[in-house]
Ligand binder design. Structure first.
Ligand SMILES: C=C(OP(=O)(O)O)C(=O)O
Length: 586
């Protein structure tokens, strides 16, 4: 039995598939003269495979959007035939005795830097094309870093050192029964994605691992207790099979409340919405009777690829989600990369504190073309549903105004082009920084809604890196300081009369429900799998009781006391007046 940390609940029983090393390592040593011919053969084979892949994508896209939109692929094919690009690569191999992948990487860097220096949008676009094609070629030369199915194509339990969000987007939840990682934290974006996909996940097993797990080993993953069982006995497998069955029955039973309104016993109604990061998560959300999408993490559209998605590609996805939601609200969060969300083709600077660094709205306000491309795509999609825009990581009014000014420019462009969009599209912000909480009253004057990002808000309030396993015990959503942050934000929104939701992981935590009830939050947006369990508990609660409980929570001086009160309220209906020893409210 290996004790780790449960990061996504559920049970998986099956065989291990151990992910080989993911690193793209470029060979350092030079090649021998005798190997020159072999390097050229590898290069030509890589080019051939890349061309076949591009032709296939072109055919697939032609069927969906028609031949006009596929010209980009012709441009990419032309680069692979371009004598200047190819001469550069061949020259590096021939004259400097470097391996084909090194030569390709150096040629990409050379042309991209050269084109980027020219103050010409067309050439900058060409630089992106070169990066895209070059990365595809590199992928084939180095061996594609994709999760491929084990050869017997049986569903498996994935074992990896750590999984990045961009690696997780490759996963087909039908093939992956569960995941265990040697490192990792429960609040990383990979863990959030695993929960969204409904895949059981245990992280941080490295220190307890006495023997390495091998592909083919029999395993049980218990995402609820954070345990991995290696080579379990038959009796244990039987025990877990029974537990798995009961969990499935519970899920079935919860389906009975899909169309029941999420209203407390004394009439407080919540909007229960889903967080999604891809179209595939939308099905689960719709099957859970979601009120809409309270957070579309669009950065995942930018992953699993070799270049930035174009306006048309983004528009197609946003429009498709908006249409499938059929006038239910769709809050699209603009690009939130940085921190643990990296893009292979978009090199972010090395930073000592990436979570405090060049990320999210800061990148968008710097790379305005990139931002405008996304804003245009969202605006165009707004013509087809109830779409709203949300900016992440806002720390000041200036940022909101700068983002809105770019939005206005995009609107003007679309008007001039005769393209339809929702003129009065609502704009909101994430409240995830203490600075935003403290000026929530001022920010509320600038926007239509707030959505509280508790994941980052906890991280920044407590100065605890959400990715750092060593201090994960300090990452405490039920810290008295966090409760005060939530109260300040929600009260500011209420005073200003704007809509306020919560879209961090706390929104789907059953324990936190009385807090939202007491503070009168409008919307809770969570992993689609959490919607029905949250609704089930909500139906048993009373807002009036939650208010009394919250008064007590505010008087707690420690997180332990807060947990104790919340846990007690979970075991029994909230008993107003249940007291523990607390200090008086400041
Ligand atoms: C929802 C949030 O954003 P992220 O995607 O960073 O988890 C949050 O911080 O609570």
């Amino acid at each position: 039995m290996i004790q780790g940390i449960g990061a996504s609940s559920g049970i998986a029983i099956g065989k291990a598939f151990v992910l080989p090393n993911w690193e793209w390592e470029l060979p350092e040593q030079k090649i021998d003269v005798a190997d020159l011919a072999r390097e050229f053969d590898r290069l030509y084979e890589g080019i051939r495979t890349s061309k076949v892949e591009i032709e296939q994508m072109k055919d697939e896209l032609r069927e969906v959007v028609g031949p006009e939109e596929t010209s980009i692929f012709d441009a990419h094919l032309a680069i692979l035939d371009d004598p200047v690009f190819m001469n550069e690569i061949q020259g590096i191999i021939q004259r400097q005795y470097k391996a084909a992948e090194v030569a390709v990487k150096e040629a990409i860097d050379h042309f991209v830097t050269m084109f980027d220096l020219l103050d010409d949008e067309y050439m900058k676009e060409r630089a992106l094309d070169i990066k895209d094609v070059g990365n595809r070629l590199l992928k084939h030369l180095l061996g594609a870093p994709e999760i491929t199915l084990p050869s017997d194509t049986q569903p498996f339990i994935l074992i990896a050192r750590e999984l990045s969000p961009s690696q997780l987007v490759h996963l087909n939840p039908n093939h992956v029964l569960g995941i265990a990682t040697l490192a990792g934290s429960t609040t990383s974006h990979s863990s959030i994605m695993a929960r969204a996909l409904g895949v059981p996940l245990v992280v941080g097993i490295e220190s307890k691992l006495e023997e390495p797990i091998q592909t083919g080993d029999q395993l049980i993953i218990d995402g609820d207790l954070g345990i991995v069982h290696l080579h379990p006995e038959e009796s244990l497998i039987d025990l877990y099979t029974g537990k798995q069955l009961r969990q499935r029955e519970k899920k079935q039973q919860l389906k009975q409340i899909v169309s029941v309104k999420p209203v407390t016993k004394d009439g407080k109604e919540f909007e229960l919405s889903a967080n999604i990061s891809s179209l595939k998560e939308l099905d689960v959300a719709l099957g859970s009777g979601t009120n809409g999408v309270g957070l579309f993490r669009t950065e995942f559209l930018y992953m699993d690829r070799t270049r930035l998605p174009r306006e048309e590609e983004q528009y197609e996805v946003y429009r498709s989600v908006a249409e499938r939601l059929d006038q239910k609200p769709l809050i699209i969060r603009t690009l939130d990369i940085g921190g643990d969300k990296q893009l292979d083709y978009f090199e972010l600077p090395e930073e000592s504190n990436p979570f405090l660094g060049y990320r999210a709205i800061r990148i968008c306000l710097d790379k305005t073309e990139l931002f405008k491309t996304q804003l245009r795509a969202i605006l165009r999609a707004s013509h087809y549903g109830n779409v709203k825009i949300m900016y992440p990581l806002i720390s000041s009014v200036e940022e909101v105004r700068a983002a809105n000014a770019l939005l206005e420019t995009c609107k003007q462009e679309l008007r001039a082009e005769g393209i339809g969009f929702a003129e009065n599209i609502e704009v909101g912000i994430m409240i995830e920084l203490p600075a935003a909480v403290l000026i929530a009253d001022i920010l509320a004057e600038e926007v239509n809604f707030f959505s509280i990002g508790t994941n980052d808000l906890v991280q920044f309030t407590l100065a605890v890196d959400r990715m750092n396993e060593q201090i994960s015990h300090l990452y405490e959503p039920y810290h008295p300081a966090v409760l005060r942050m939530l109260k300040l934000t929600i009260e500011a929104a209420k005073r200003a009369g704007i809509h306020v939701g919560v879209c961090g992981e706390m929104a789907g935590d059953l324990q936190a429900l009385p807090i939202w009830l007491a503070l009168d939050v409008d919307e809770l947006s969570m992993s689609a799998h959490a919607i029905l369990p949250v609704k089930e508990r909500l139906l048993t609660l009373k807002q009036q009781d939650a208010r009394s409980l919250f008064d007590q929570l505010l008087r707690c001086s420690t997180s332990a006391q807060i947990h104790e009160l919340l846990a007690a309220s979970q075991d029994a209906p909230i008993a107003a007046g249940r007291e523990i020893v607390t200090k008086s409210s400041p």
